[in-house]
Design a protein around this ligand. Structure first.
Ligand code: PLP
Length: 424
């Protein structure tokens, strides 16, 4: 894109200019927007919570409904997209989104389930090395998952769970806080698990440097990419973490409760000595239907699959991933940086709003309203103005412009609305 953040100016015309120059602008037409009573589309800044529906999802699901009615069980092999190997149709596009090799990723289950499955393999505590290092204020599901894994292995979260907290007087973590904690406790730590983008603050952490540090101390390291997949340019293979998990209903627009994704680094792809919970869909697909009682795992991430997957949900996600492939993460993140930079530029002119999100981030900005004690009034007001964002009591808004379907004018309108409200 031609415009640099240093060239931002105020005024609505500038937003219109940015929209005119936007090479991804046409992708907006591929999505369905929720509408107000007057039939105007909402300004939708909630793609970090639930992404919008790509128009072609419907026909992709209808194809499978039709093949089911036409073929019954024979559809496993005869459907237009045979169900037996349907998940493979998503692999290439997904691997491009997270920067992995094809055999390092698979779509299966949902995020929290996958996190447990990965910990079965990569959290192997011993008497002297049983700790898990995690960011303080992690998403609740991740906290429950690590606590329950620690207990499952007979240890106590009070002593085996280390939560990295911001230094006194600081409101967010720094990468150094993690590096120092890993340096200090790494020798007793079995697993480092970090959300690469914090769900509340939108802050992003470097997968590469944290991975190098964890590995230098002999720890395994995994990432929760719930807010990273489809948001940041990821290079999982090169950066080298042992595993990663994510959901696909946020930035990836896979639909409510959509399937999760898993990355297992190539270095583990043929390690069949790793403990794992097994199911028939992880078994060598050539001999799967011989119904042997001896589990023979597939090579790579597919070897962690348990069940035959839900085809309608895969169809929805397939439709969405094709849009990402067409637009490319490179272009998506370029627009994202510009858009969120523009939002930051506008909001930084409002003295009554504090931007909590540090500079290293993806699409999301978290904003604190200094004069507000409760978000309820704001929520109602913004909805009346046709804006959907996410509210966290007492006074925080999370706004995430998704580059595939948001336009710069949306940002301008949102800023107008909150600027007005912040003063009260
Ligand atoms: C959204 C989110 C989840 C949700 O987990 P599900 O198993 O998909 O319900 C978990 N962890 C993080 C960090 C999230 O942002």
């Amino acid at each position: 894109m031609a415009i640099e953040p240093t060239q931002f100016v105020t005024g609505q015309n500038f937003a219109l200019t940015l929209d005119k120059q936007d090479p991804l602008a046409h992708f907006r037409d591929e999505f369905i927007f929720p509408k107000k009573q007057n039939n105007e589309p909402y300004i939708y800044l909630c793609g970090n919570s639930l992404g919008l529906q790509p128009k072609k999802v419907k026909s992709y699901i209808e194809q499978e409904l039709s093949d089911w009615s036409k073929y019954g069980v024979l559809g496993h092999l005869r459907a237009k997209n045979p169900w037996y190997s349907y998940h493979e149709l998503l692999t290439k596009n997904l691997s491009h989104i997270v920067g992995a090799k094809g055999h390092e990723v698979v779509v299966m289950n949902t995020l929290s389930v996958n996190l447990h499955l990965m910990m079965v393999s990569f959290y192997q505590p011993t008497a002297t090395r049983n700790k898990i290092i995690i960011e303080g204020g992690a998403f609740p599901s991740d906290q429950y998952a690590v606590q329950s894994q620690i207990k499952f292995h007979g240890f106590d979260p009070k002593s085996s769970l280390i939560e990295v907290k911001p230094k006194d007087g600081e409101s967010t973590l720094t990468e150094n806080d993690f590096l120092e904690t890993i340096e200090k406790h790494g020798n007793e730590t079995a697993l480092v698990l970090i959300g690469n983008v914090n769900y509340l603050t939108g802050q992003a952490f470097s997968i590469k440097s944290l991975t190098e540090k964890a590995h230098s101390k002999g720890c395994k390291i995994g990432f929760d990419l719930a807010h990273g997949a489809g948001n940041l340019q990821l290079r999982l293979h090169d950066d080298g973490p042992d595993f990663a998990v994510w959901c696909s209903y946020k930035y990836l627009n896979g639909g409510p409760g959509s399937l999760g994704g898993v990355f297992v680094h190539e270095r583990h792809s043929k390690d069949f000595t790793l403990p794992r919970f097994a199911g028939w869909w992880g078994h060598n697909k050539v001999t799967r239907f011989e119904m042997s009682d001896q589990f023979e795992p597939m090579i790579g991430a597919e070897g962690w699959q348990l069940s035959n997957p839900p085809i309608f949900q895969l169809a929805a996600l397939k439709a969405s991933l094709e849009i990402f492939e067409e637009a490319s993460m490179n272009e998506i993140t370029a627009k994202s940086n510009l858009m969120t930079g523009y939002l930051e530029f506008l909001v930084s002119r409002c003295p009554d709003i504090e931007i909590i999100t540090p500079k290293n981030r993806g699409a999301q900005l978290s904003l604190r309203f200094k004069n507000q004690t409760n978000t309820a009034g704001m929520e109602k007001k913004l909805e009346e103005l046709g804006i959907i964002v996410d509210f966290r009591n007492p006074n925080i808004i999370r706004a995430a412009p998704a580059p595939l379907y948001c336009k710069f004018l949306d940002i301008y309108r949102f800023w107008e609305a909150i600027d007005e409200h912040a003063k009260k």
